[in-house]
Design a protein around this ligand. Structure first.
Ligand SMILES: O=P(O)(O)OC[C@H]1O[C@H](OP(=O)(O)OP(=O)(O)O)[C@H](O)[C@@H]1O
Ligand SMILES: O=C(O)c1cc(=O)[nH]c(=O)[nH]1
Ligand SMILES: [Mg+2]
Length: 194
């Protein structure tokens, strides 16, 4: 799938939002990709997962034993990546603030894992998820996401394969441009506010 085709899927699902958003990292942006809208159509979710799986080099792809994603945003694309790669998919969640495997999910010691996200902006959630997977005995050999909002600048500590890389500006709370400072921010994600 070419970048323009991926963006067409986002546009068709009305997932490209404009306004004033407080992101998971605490940074602000005038743009938000609501991946839940992209993934609410199961056929579209499956198509995008097949395209994302095709981004993985063959030597990495054939080693993947499990897919693990950070909830909530990673759950649906993680499940679809499990289907595309024909491996089990599970998720980490943070009811007490730190990602952990729950619900009877477990990794075998040394299981080679693909960490799958919906969006990577600063990489904070991805790095936290990778830590949780490794604490549970897994070995994260690569990461993948539908969107890399860092436009290729993020370092997750493992090879990282996004389906599409975009560069929407983000701002620290004390450096908001006038047009954002003038409107209240909405926070679409589920990370607890500090
Ligand atoms: O790279 P980062 O700066 O960490 O930002 C990206 C993260 O933010 C969103 O999750 P969020 O914490 O908003 O919660 P959600 O997955 O429940 O929507 C998104 O799903 C990624 O996990
Ligand atoms: O950084 C985020 O929290 C974030 C950005 C974005 O565009 N979409 C999203 O779901 N989360
Ligand atoms: Mg998330």
């Amino acid at each position: 799938m070419q970048e323009e085709e991926v963006l067409a899927e986002f546009r068709a699902s009305k997932a490209l939002l404009e306004g004033h958003f407080l992101l998971s990292s605490g940074r602000h942006s005038a743009h938000y990709l609501q991946c839940a809208r992209v993934l609410m159509n199961p056929a579209r979710a499956a198509r995008l997962a097949v395209a994302l799986a095709a981004k993985l080099p063959h030597d990495i792809r054939k080693r993947i034993a499990k897919v693990v994603s950070p909830a909530m945003g990673g759950v649906i694309i993680g499940q679809e990546m499990g289907r595309a790669l024909d491996v089990d998919a599970m998720f980490v969640e943070r009811p007490d603030g730190t990602f952990e495997l729950r619900r009877g999910f477990a990794l075998e010691p040394g299981d080679e894992v693909l960490m799958v996200e919906d969006v990577v902006t600063t990489g904070l959630s991805s790095r936290e998820a990778i830590r949780a997977i490794e604490a549970a005995g897994g070995k994260v050999i690569a990461a993948a996401s539908l969107v890399d909002r860092s436009a290729g600048t993020v370092d997750l500590g493992v090879p990282y394969f996004p389906l599409v890389a975009l560069n929407f500006p983000t701002y620290a709370p004390d450096e908001l441009p006038q047009h954002l400072a003038a409107t209240p921010a909405v926070k679409p994600g589920s990370r607890a506010q500090p």
